[in-house]
Design a protein around this ligand. Structure first.
Ligand code: ADP
Ligand code: MG
Length: 683
């Protein structure tokens, strides 16, 4: 198998190159073949000098007309220049620090050159082009892949290495997708797909290659997700709850009336719960749409039918907040509600475990600490997970395995486009709360450039002088948590010494211990802190009604959905709230993206727009689907493929739930590998 062959055995790869490849995350031939180009340069057509335009990259076939000359304006800079021509005009070729070319270039000889055109005062120049003899045709005459990152390798070196990998190992590349499906969907064989994604012959082969590879990845993911799910739900009977009126009483005693959307979703949940088939329902709704109450109704419904229930949240802060909310609702009902997290003291934990087992505890709320092995319930009937934007198939499965086919309710505050929700959440039934409680204020949202930062800080000060509080979110940094942390710390230190030195300013980040975080949040909640500088950890949870400004630095680095989430942290009280996006990019596209947020508060609209503007790839970050080694953002760029794969997967499983037969063997192995930590139907 190609995932066992180390790149060091490949022709042209010595120890130094191995090291460089490893830095790119490439260890095996498989890794190398899956290192897809970021874009391509079309070098098929030779252009004429007379019709090139400034700034474009072109392929020319030229004859050298004079001897090259070298200038050394600085110690570390040398410039090589030579004139060349074709039958339509002249071009000046310029190279930087490539002195060795001087002796190679022959006067009156013909060459292919590919580089960027610069035209000033009518003079045509080509900068740092690739060059080869006209008959060579290795840099010319084809579509060239451009790889995302090459570390100390040049793009051309990487091309050669990958070309060798394909040349020597092509015949070991086998189809994962069954042949009948390849034919039905006009896909390519894997072998061709791999070759053409690196070296497409034309646009059509490129698109087919990309579709084939995306199709394969999606099929593995989708079939895996669907088969975990079917274990959870379809097979056996679950619990048929009988509503004893507890939830009705709870609703009657609420200080407000439910929205129509809440009523509709509660109805859907109650219907599921009455049915003996286990409920598997996702509640999608914007921040503040009132999902918690809906979940509480389901939980009370279970309790009044004589069952226990549990709710799991992704962070301690959020879990604690749910705990507080829920206990405030259930106080008068005489129920026993407990909180369990990683920082629960040993004694307390022991007591909780005992009381869970004996059935004394009705409701348990906590972090993933509640799915540990020794947490045993007497009879858990409903499990609720609040997943925000984390996709926790595995956690969900573990929690539900604590009972006998309990009903499952998943809450998410990240409205994702419908097609993608169907993919991520397998065949969970989806309920949508698409209405906010009445009287909610509209958060005023502004997008400003970097030059306005001081004005914005002044604005924050004014709000604080009025007695309000503010969040400042440090830029999202993809490379590492560490850098994100550094940037938050840096901003905090700078601001606390300059603009905000007279105010109480505090810092919150993900690397802090839970009790430290709690402490910081408590101080902010109690109004002791005026300004909270934070990484995105505040995104989940946290309800501070007196906070009225959400200031996000480098907002262009965030996804729209994430910005929308952050915005939902303000506007929770009676004061007018503001979300200020400091967009430090000048690109038109990021301006356009920011404008979407200033124009609407509806998370569903925002997510559809995000899909439209950035493509589905962005939704496939590993954070979304929760399978770390499976990032398909680079390859899936088309919603239609997702839909096709969804339909196909359902069809396949309907007729052949265990995917029996020889043609599914490779596919099944891939699925098992990806879902090695889950229980899937083929094990
Ligand atoms: P979500 O979990 O969807 O972000 P919550 O359930 O935390 O939202 O509700 C947000 C706030 O709105 C809470 O303070 C809750 O008490 C309140 N709330 C929920 N439903 C209603 C309603 N129908 N009318 C008025 N306020 C509501
Ligand atoms: Mg909530």
């Amino acid at each position: 198998m190609l995932n066992d062959i180390n790149v060091q055995y490949l022709k042209g790869v010595g120890p130094k190159r191995v090291e460089k490849l490893n830095k790119l995350g490439i260890f095996t031939i498989d890794d190398l073949l899956e290192y897809y180009p970021r874009k391509y340069e079309d070098r098929r057509k030779t252009r004429k000098i007379s019709d090139v335009t400034d700034g474009e990259k072109v392929l020319l076939k030229v004859k050298i007309v004079n001897y090259p000359s070298i200038f050394k304006p600085k110690r570390k800079l040398s410039i090589l220049k030579v004139d060349a021509k074709d039958e339509t005009g002249f071009v000046l070729i310029t190279w930087f620090n490539k002195d060795y070319l001087k002796d190679k270039i022959k006067i009156n000889e013909y060459y292919n050159i590919f580089g960027k055109i610069k035209i000033s005062y009518g003079k045509i120049e080509i900068i740092n082009p690739d060059i080869e003899l006209a008959n060579d045709m290795t840099i010319a005459g084809k579509i060239m892949p451009i790889y995302p990152l090459t570390y100390n390798l040049t793009n051309n070196e990487l091309i050669k290495i990958i070309n060798n990998a394909i040349k020597f190992h092509k015949h070991d590349i086998i189809n994962v997708i069954p042949e009948s499906i390849i034919n039905k969907y006009s896909l390519l064989n894997k072998r061709e797909a791999v070759e053409f994604i690196h070296f497409p012959l034309d646009r059509i082969t490129y698109l087919k290659a990309k579709k084939t590879l995306a199709f394969e990845k999606l099929l593995i993911l989708q079939l895996g997700l669907l088969t975990i799910k079917s274990r959870l739900s379809n097979n056996m009977d679950g619990i048929s709850f009988s509503d004893k009126g507890l939830s009705e009483e709870f609703i009657k005693n609420l200080p407000f009336t439910l929205t129509n959307a809440q009523i509709k979703v509660i109805k859907e949940i109650k219907k599921d719960m009455t049915n003996s088939k286990p409920m598997n329902r996702l509640i999608q709704g914007d921040v503040g749409s009132g999902k918690t109450i809906v979940a509480v109704v389901a939980m009370l419904n279970a309790v009044s039918s004589g069952y226990q229930t549990a709710m799991m949240a992704p962070t301690e802060i959020l879990a604690m907040q749910h705990y507080k909310t829920i206990t405030s609702y259930t106080n008068e009902l005489g129920l026993k509600v407990e909180f369990l997290s990683g920082s629960t003291k040993q004694n307390k934990r022991k007591e909780i475990l005992e009381n869970l087992k004996s059935g004394l505890i009705n409701i348990l709320i906590g972090t993933h600490a509640i799915i540990e092995k020794d947490v045993i319930f007497k009879n858990i009937g409903v499990v609720v997970t609040d997943e925000q934007h984390r996709f926790g198939v595995r956690q969900r499965a573990l929690l539900s395995s604590k009972g006998l086919n309990p009903d499952i309710l998943v809450m998410t505050a990240t409205p994702i486009p419908r097609t993608l929700a169907l993919m991520f959440y397998g065949d969970l039934d989806i309920s949508i709360i698409d209405e906010l409680p009445p009287g909610r204020q509209v958060i005023k949202t502004y997008s400003v450039g970097e030059s306005k930062k001081e004005d914005v800080f002044k604005f924050v000060k004014d709000r604080i002088c009025e007695g309000r509080q503010a969040y400042i979110v440090a830029p999202l940094i993809e490379e590492s948590d560490k850098m994100e942390l550094d940037s938050a710390v840096e901003i905090y230190e700078k601001l606390s010494k300059s603009y905000f030195n007279e105010y109480n300013i505090d810092l919150l980040h993900g690397k802090m211990k839970n009790n430290e975080k709690e402490e910081v949040m408590k101080k902010f909640y109690n109004g002791i802190t005026d300004i909270l500088v934070s990484t995105t950890v505040i995104e989940v949870g946290v309800n501070v009604p007196n906070a009225v400004v959400m200031l996000i630095l480098n907002s262009e680095r965030f996804g729209l959905a994430q910005l929308h989430q952050l915005r939902g942290r303000v506007g929770r009280g009676r004061h007018q709230s503001y979300c200020i996006l400091v967009n430090e990019s000048k690109s038109k596209k990021s301006k356009e993206r920011m404008n979407i947020l200033t124009q609407t508060n509806n998370g569903f609209i925002i997510s559809e727009k995000d899909l439209e503007l950035r493509g589905p790839g962005e939704f496939f970050g590993t954070k979304q689907h929760g399978i770390p080694e499976y990032d398909i953002s680079g390859i899936v760029s088309d919603v239609k493929v997702i839909q096709e794969v969804q339909m196909l997967s359902k069809q396949l499983l309907k007729c052949n739930p265990k995917l029996e037969g020889k043609e599914f063997e490779v596919l099944k192995t891939k699925i098992k590998n990806l879902f090695k930590n889950e229980e899937i139907a083929f094990n």
